[in-house]
Design a binder for this molecule. Structure first.
Ligand SMILES: Cc1cc2nc3c(=O)[nH]c(=O)nc-3n(C[C@H](O)[C@H](O)[C@H](O)COP(=O)(O)OP(=O)(O)OC[C@H]3O[C@@H](n4cnc5c(N)ncnc54)[C@H](O)[C@@H]3O)c2cc1C
Length: 490
């Protein structure tokens, strides 16, 4: 195979694809507009503090294991993985729920909150485990070409679970609102409201309670560094500071890329940049999806993020902390139904230096704060500051200590940055939500219908948002490219 492939972007999906395509024998070159690789998963280092700019939850360790195994490697060849114990803490107004690192501990915590709740919990997680097996080994490994991909003996008997929602399913089994929120949390990673997410996605609950929460020592960026090393070992060419400005097309075939003003020719083009942006690089007649198409889709939230250096250790917090002390439904409506800044937002705080001393200077704490917000809403410095004050005030109250006066610095990241840094549609953080009407073959396609040698990967196509799906997306598109090269010599 002596065909040349250009890959636009260097996020998880693009790096994954670069490794698989190189393994198939292509001549692979990556072009990343930013000065470091990793996309949404880049790293910020400041005054001895280390921050993951985007993802921080390492879930589904089996998917990472499989990725590296495909190249006769394991994650341990590149980074040290610690299982977090406890996995995380959820702060409610009047109570804290701690999710332990084993089902026994989690069952005991459920019993503490509601007597007898560990029995439906075990049933729920058993069913979720079966769904996980089917989802990971059967459903997500399909390229999203045809609806029949979803029809297997296992999915056929579970068809009802695609038409019920996770929210309904959880409420049928549990009455305590705090346990309901705890069990609805994992599907938020899929980018939609639990009341709009099929019950089959309970496999995320198995990923949470069954497989546990892990941390690569040094942060999630260690995984990006590992994939970059693997790609370089395999012989992939990686270029940073390389902004792709245009994809030229002749006779329905992509012929070249304009990169930093220069024209480079390739046999095949794969874009790992946001799908909407990738299509705007094409002449309009070669785009598959109109602006109207994108505007009708349910996008996953954007986020207001803060990276904060504290000059002391913070008590009463864990590595991962969810602040669910306000109304979950109201915040979800302000993201999805009537997009606006949330009046009383839920938020997430990550203090990786609680378990990993490499993330902060001695006796200091690294703090990452995330408020999910609707994509496309107004983003100003004043709004960012107002929300920072709001969440820090709530944090101080809930953890019963002063932290505001211990801030050395803070940096923020929001909608405008998502657009500027990643060419993200409306500044979305996690791509397109995985609702029933935006699942599998109903998502934007891996292969262009209009340009014969143009492909897409990443969180806007199959399987969807999140780091493990991005690894799988890179694999799926590479298999498709290889199959088409053999079949059509494309
Ligand atoms: C704040 C945040 C928190 C998250 N938390 C988690 C988590 O805890 N766990 C989890 O599993 N997932 C999480 N996610 C989701 C996960 O990070 C993403 O799904 C995943 O990283 C997306 O990878 P990707 O390859 O699809 O896209 P990206 O990472 O966005 O990569 C696209 C790349 O294309 C580049 N690019 C764009 N335009 C051009 C151009 N014209 N020329 C050249 N390059 C270009 C961009 O610079 C970027 O590097 C989080 C995401 C965010 C933003």
């Amino acid at each position: 195979m002596n065909k040349t492939i250009a890959i636009i972007g260097s996020g998880f999906s693009a790096l994954s694809a670069s490794c698989y395509l190189k393994k198939y024998g292509y001549d692979v070159t990556v072009f990343e507009k930013n000065s470091t690789v990793g996309g949404r998963a880049r790293q910020l280092k400041k005054e001895g503090f280390t921050f993951d700019i985007g993802p921080s939850w390492y879930w589904m360790p089996d998917i990472f294991e499989k990725f590296f195994n495909d190249f006769n490697k394991t994650p341990a060849d590149y980074y040290i993985l610690d299982k977090l114990s406890p996995a995380y803490k959820i702060f409610f107004k009047d109570e804290v729920i701690t999710i332990g690192d084993t089902m026994e501990k989690i069952c005991a915590e459920f019993e503490r909150i509601e007597k007898g709740s560990s029995i439906p919990l075990k049933n729920f997680i058993d069913k979720a485990a079966k769904n996980y097996d089917i989802a990971i080994n059967k459903v997500v490994l399909k390229p999203g070409i045809s609806p029949f991909e979803l029809v297997t003996p296992e999915t056929a008997v579970r068809v009802g679970q695609f038409f019920k929602t996770i929210s309904g399913e959880v409420r049928r089994k549990f009455k305590n609102p705090k346990l309901i929120s705890t069990l609805e949390f994992p599907v938020l990673f899929l980018g939609a409201k639990p009341s709009n997410t099929p019950a089959f996605y309970s496999f995320m609950n198995y990923a949470d309670f069954g497989l546990g929460t892990w941390h690569p020592r040094g942060g999630m960026y260690q995984v990006i560094k590992a994939m970059q090393s693997l790609a370089l070992e395999l012989g992939v060419n990686i270029n940073t500071d390389s902004n792709v400005e245009k994809i030229a097309v002749a006779n329905k075939t992509a012929t070249s890329l304009k990169i930093n003003g220069e024209i480079h020719q390739f046999d095949i083009i794969l874009s790992g940049a946001d799908y909407h942006h990738s299509e705007t690089l094409l002449p309009p007649e070669h785009r598959q999806y109109s602006e109207a198409y994108w505007s009708k889709k349910t996008f996953a939230p954007s986020s207001l993020l803060f990276y904060v250096g504290f000059n002391k250790k913070i008590k009463n917090v864990e590595h991962h902390n969810l602040f669910f002390d306000t109304n979950f439904e109201t915040h979800a409506e302000e993201i999805y139904d009537s997009p606006q800044w949330p009046k009383d937002p839920l938020f997430y705080a990550n203090f990786p230096s609680v378990t990993d001393a490499t993330m902060a200077p001695e006796n200091c704490e690294t703090g990452f704060f995330l408020i999910p917000i609707a994509p496309g809403i107004e983003d100003t410095e004043t709004l960012r500051l107002r929300y920072f004050d709001l969440i820090i005030g709530r944090l101080e109250k809930l953890i019963a200590q002063d932290v505001k006066n211990n801030i050395i610095f803070k940096e923020s990241f929001c909608i405008k940055d998502f657009i500027k840094e990643y060419n993200s549609y409306k500044g979305n953080a996690y791509g397109m939500a995985n609702t029933l009407s935006q699942t599998a073959f109903l998502r934007p396609k891996l292969k262009s219908k209009k340009v014969s040698n143009l492909y897409f990967t990443g969180q806007l196509t199959v399987p969807g948002p999140g780091v493990p799906p991005a690894l799988i997306s890179g694999k799926l598109v590479s298999e498709l490219i290889y199959k088409n090269t053999i079949k059509f010599n494309l």
